[in-house]
Structures are given as structure tokens and as C-alpha cells.
Write a protein that binds this ligand. Structure first.
Ligand code: DGT
Ligand code: CA
Ligand code: CA
Length: 572
């Protein structure tokens, strides 16, 4: 039974949590967390790589010891060190650490003072006001924990799209082997390319003599069969993911796709439109009385209600029906439209590969320009560049540009925005760059007012061309810092500053709504891989998904421009 990347990553994260509670060496803790991140985000499964004899130490953050642990995990499903550490830690403490802001120390303090061992007990303690009486906690921190507990219970069971893909892809491949299968579509939020999905909704068409359901429930990864019927079954996989599978008749395939892609609100709005025309619309078809007038294709469903096909990413009932009716549907940006990438790290800071390797990978990804944006000096953990090291890199870029054809390297830096809004490097060196990418990586807990002003001040600098990952959130892991995004985007529009849609699948920052706000305010968006290795350019497709959910067209996206037009934009 193959072990999923997400399972391996979860074990490493858990090990890191437990070690942290024990007060282990922080570098050791961080090593496991970094490894977890690498494995979780990796586009291919560790099991496949090992089967192909790939040396895992070539992956970022994976040394000999971790490579060996992964090998044992894949071979046996065991991580013996984790078992050892589990045995000596009080149970359920690591569960508590998933509440943001409750690090190992505070979990330990709550455990020792109140005997809290579980989320339920923590909730009770918060409800009865006991937490604020513990030394080191107060009314404010109790309130914070209360809010986070609430959020936590909501986000816990949603899976990041990239992880859902890793789970869905082999399943679909397996389903294709069932007898009599014709088409397979993953519908639901997955098809709408939402940043997280609650469960997978799979639709299959098949001949009458098929064994789809029996085949499905026999899948290796199935942990529990919640229900099994002739046309519908629900299972839970070992990853925890729920999968609903339906076998639908060919004549209804379009209607089923439409219905199960959702969203629910979009469906209801389409059904109302149909009702006005005297039609009944459901997952089996569009009916005029008893007569089925559409349903074989999705196109036929929309056509029946007088609309063009609406792309799945827009189906949230956020104005897409009106836009379709008025012929104003956006011509959504596609991956092919991207000509370059404006956020890249090399091994000069926290990237894994050198300048030349990154350039080569960008060429292979079909890009025409690539901006090198290593970190600046304030970010010591990432070995940020000071003026001297940056200048050295600029010379290296000049030299490499002389040798390259078809790709132009752009000089830039991901410069830290300090707490007071000043940029982390002097103007004299920023002036030498093609453009500057500005970012917040510390002091996340400023008040909304202060945080917003900090960023506005940074944007006052003539050197702030793009604001990187504007909210700082990490999906399911770290909340956005508190900012007035609308005000920031308005200021960006006034100053001709662009904002980034960071395409790392755990960031996707701007959100879909943020993209739409940027578009409405006329702010250009840079869809950026934030590549930390040669494989990082694959992130761009997740950025495109999110951008499409945010209604972005080619012209709204900065890095669809030709090099010339791009440089012109930076010379505003
Ligand atoms: P998720 O799984 O929470 O990420 O979100 P969805 O959109 O995949 O929702 P899910 O799995 O509950 O249902 C899949 C689709 O089925 C949903 O997008 C629309 C359709 N659907 C489910 N329940 C209803 C309903 O009560 N009315 C209508 N019209 N459609 C529904
Ligand atoms: Ca779903
Ligand atoms: Ca479902």
C-alpha cells in the first residue's frame, strides 16, 4: 500500500510538534518541519521516486537521515522515532499545538496548570474563564484562543487543492481500470479549483455491464465504506478524505456535471432561471414537462437557459449569471498566457538551486523572463543578502544574461518591509535593479491600523514595484495578518504598484476575492511561482486557478506582458 506524501509530511510535522513540546533543539525541530513542507508540496510521490531509485537527498531540505526515514516510512509505514517520542509525551498535547499561537511552551503551561489534554478540555477551560487565570495568560490571550478555536473547528477538515490532487490523481487512474468505464470527471469544489476542498465528488459514465462500484470500494486506500449502492457510494480514504462517487447515465452526464460541480448557490440560481422559462432542472436533465430537452453536455444545460457555458471557476453566484447574460463573461487568463515569473529564490538565500540551474529550469518551463528575488538581510534565517552580496549577484546575472538566449534574467530582490515601513536596503542599491519586490515576513501581530500603514509607507517608496504575498497567510496554518486590503489596493492603484498572487499552493495570496478587488480597482497582478527550486515553476498552475476564480483576464496579469512592456511598467 503506497504511503501518501501528505501522510509522510503529517508524521514529520507531528514529530516536530512533540519534539518542540519536549524542548528539543530548535534546529532539529525546524529540520522536520522543513522536510514536511518539501514532501507535502512535492509534485510526485516519494514511493514512486524510491521505486525509480531517485536519490531523495537531492530534494530540498532532505539529508541522509531524513531520506532514510522516508525510505523506512514508505517500505513499512513506520516512523520508529515518532513512536518513541509519542510514548513519552502526554497524549493529545500535540493536537493542541494546531491552535495557532499556542506553541509548545504554552501548551505545556496549560497542561501543567489545568490538566488540559484535548481540544474539548481547552474549549471548556476557555468557556469557564480558567485560561486567563493561568500565569502568562490573560483576558486577551483567552479571547484570542477562543476565536482561534472557533476558526480551527471550521478549517480542520478542508484539504489544500494540491494535496487533493495528490489523492485524486491515482484514484482516477485506478478507476479507469474498472470494467465498462467511459468518462470520469472530478466535480465539486475541486473542479471549481477552490483553494481547499471538503470532499471529492467523482462522476463516472459506464456501460450497463460495469463493475465500477465494486472496483471503487476495493481501492487499496479505502479505509471505511460509508455507503455502497448501485449508482452512488461514499468512502473514506486513509488520508481522511471523503469521496462520493456516482455512476450517471450518458444522457444525463452534462446535467450531472453541472449539478455536482456546483456551487450550490450557482445551481439554485440556474434552476430559478429555468423555472422562469417553465423548465425543471436537476442532475438528470433539463425538462419541459416530461420531455428532456437538454442534459447530455454541460453546454446544452446553459444553452437551454439562454446562456453561454460559464467556466467552473466562476460558478459561485458572484455575478457570473448576470455577466453571462450580458455577454460580459471575462476571457480568463490561462497558463499559456504567462511569459515570465517575477519571484524566484536561489541558493544565495533559502532557495535550493543556483542561478544557472534556475535559469535553465525557467527556460524549460517556457518562460521568456525570470526575476531573481532573493531575500534581503533582515531575514537572517534565510541568509538574506546585504548590499555587498546583492551587488555580487547582480554581476553574476549580467554575466549569465550575456550567455543566455531566449531568456532574460531580471535583477530584483524580495526586500523586507521593516516594522516602520522602511525598506531593508538603501535606495542606492535598489536603483540598480530592474524592479523591487517588497514583502512582510516579521511582526505579523501589529494592529490593523499599524500593519496597513506600514505597508502603505513601503509603497510610498519609488522602489516598491510589487507587493509580495499581501496577506502573509498560510492555508490552514497561519492566518492573514490584519490589514485593510482595500485601502492597500487603492494606494497601489494610485502609485502604479502591482500586487502579487503568490502561487505556492499553501499561500495562494492574494485570495480569489483579493484578485477580484485588485481587478476592479485597476491594480495589476503578478502571478508568481515563488520558486525555491527548479521544480517550483509548477506552482504557476495553482496561481492560474486562483486568478481565474478572481475573474482575471490576460491584461490584468502583469507577467503576461512582453519584456518590453513589463520594463515600461516598472519605469512608471
Ligand atoms: P466542498 O466539498 O465543501 O469543498 O464543496 P462542494 O461544492 O464540492 O460541495 P459538496 O461536495 O457538498 O457538493 C458537491 C456539489 O453538489 C455542490 O457544489 C453543489 C451540489 N449540491 C450539493 N448539495 C446541493 C443542494 O442542496 N442543492 C443544490 N442545488 N446543489 C447541491
Ligand atoms: Ca466536494
Ligand atoms: Ca460531496
Amino acid at each position: 500500500m503506497p504511503v501518501h506524501n501528505s501522510e509522510i509530511a503529517d508524521r514529520f510535522d507531528r514529530l516536530a510538534d512533540l519534539l518542540e513540546i519536549e524542548g528539543a533543539n530548535p534546529f532539529r525541530v525546524r529540520a522536520y518541519r522543513n522536510a514536511a513542507r518539501t514532501v507535502r508540496g512535492y509534485p510526485r510521490s516519494m514511493a514512486d521516486l524510491l521505486a525509480e531509485d531517485v536519490d531523495l537527498t537531492e530534494l530540498p531540505d532532505i539529508g541522509d537521515d531524513l531520506a532514510e526515514k522516508i525510505r523506512v516510512l514508505v517500505a513499512s509505514g513506520e516512523l520508529p522515532l515518532l513512536d518513541e517520542v509519542e510514548e513519552r509525551t502526554p497524549p493529545a498535547l500535540s493536537e493542541l499545538m494546531k491552535i495557532q499561537g499556542l506553541g509548545a511552551k504554552r501548551v505545556k503551561a496549560l497542561h501543567e496548570a489545568l490538566g488540559i489534554d484535548s481540544l474539548e478540555e481547552l474549549q471548556e477551560a476557555v468557556d469557564s474563564g480558567k485560561v486567563q487565570e493561568v500565569e502568562g495568560f490573560g483576558e486577551k490571550s483567552e479571547e484570542k484562543i477562543r476565536r482561534r478555536l472557533k476558526k480551527f473547528s471550521g478549517s480542520e477538515h478542508r484539504t489544500k487543492l494540491v494535496v487533493a490532487e495528490q489523492i485524486a490523481t491515482p484514484l482516477v487512474k485506478y478507476l479507469h481500470k474498472a470494467r465498462g468505464v467511459k468518462d470520469i470527471v472530478i466535480a465539486g469544489s475541486y473542479r471549481r479549483r477552490k483553494e481547499t476542498v471538503g470532499d471529492l465528488d467523482i462522476l463516472v459514465t459506464a456501460g450497463s455491464d460495469n463493475d465500477v462500484m465494486a472496483h471503487f470500494t476495493k481501492y487499496d486506500e479505502v479505509e471505511e465504506i460509508a455507503s455502497q449502492g448501485e449508482t452512488r457510494s461514499t468512502v473514506y480514504l486513509r488520508s481522511g478524505m471523503q469521496v462520493d462517487l456516482r455512476v450517471v447515465p450518458q444522457v444525463s452526464f452534462g446535467s450531472a456535471q453541472h449539478y455536482f460541480t456546483g456551487s450550490r448557490d450557482h445551481n439554485i440560481a440556474v434552476r430559478k432561471l429555468g423555472q422562469k422559462m417553465g423548465y425543471k432542472i436537476n442532475e438528470y436533465g433539463v425538462f419541459d414537462g416530461d420531455k428532456r430537452i437538454a442534459g447530455k453536455t454541460e453546454n446544452s444545460v446553459y444553452k437551454a437557459v439562454g446562456l453561454p457555458l460559464i467556466p467552473p471557476e466562476l460558478r459561485e453566484n458572484h455575478g457570473e449569471l448576470e455577466a453571462a447574460r450580458d455577454g460580459r463573461l471575462p476571457d480568463l487568463v490561462t497558463l499559456k498566457d504567462l511569459r515570465g515569473n517575477l519571484h524566484t529564490h536561489t541558493d544565495a538565500t533559502d532557495g535550493h538551486d543556483n542561478l544557472r540551474a534556475m535559469a535553465k529550469a525557467a527556460q524549460e518551463a517556457g518562460l521568456q523572463y525570470l526575476a531573481i528575488t532573493d531575500h534581503s538581510k533582515h531575514l537572517r534565517v534565510a541568509n538574506g543578502l546585504d548590499e555587498k552580496r546583492l551587488r555580487k549577484q547582480l554581476t553574476a546575472i549580467d554575466q549569465l544574461n550575456d550567455q543566455l538566449s531566449g531568456l532574460r534574467l531580471l535583477k530584483s530582490i524580495e526586500v523586507e518591509i521593516r516594522e516602520d515601513g522602511k525598506l531593508d536596503l538603501p535606495d542606492s542599491v535598489l536603483e540598480e535593479l530592474d524592479f523591487t519586490l517588497c514583502a512582510v515576513h516579521h511582526k505579523f501581530d501589529l494592529s490593523r491600523k499599524k500593519q496597513t500603514e506600514r505597508i502603505l509607507r513601503a509603497m510610498d517608496s519609488p522602489h516598491c514595484h510589487i507587493l509580495a504575498h499581501p496577506s502573509g497567510r498560510l492555508i490552514n496554518r497561519r492566518e492573514a495578518y490584519d490589514i485593510d486590503l482595500e485601502r492597500i489596493l487603492q494606494a497601489a492603484a494610485e502609485r502604479g504598484c502591482a500586487v502579487e498572487l503568490n502561487a505556492q499552493p499553501e499561500r495562494l495570496d492574494l485570495t480569489d476575492e483579493g484578485c477580484r478587488m485588485a481587478r476592479d480597482l485597476g491594480v495589476k497582478v503578478s502571478i508568481a511561482a515563488d520558486a525555491h527550486s527548479t521544480r517550483g515553476f509548477d506552482n504557476l498552475r495553482f496561481g492560474i486557478d486562483q486568478a481565474r476564480r478572481g475573474w482575471l483576464e490576460t491584461d490584468d496579469v502583469l507577467n503576461t506582458r512582453s519584456l518590453r512592456a513589463l520594463l515600461h511598467f516598472f519605469n512608471r
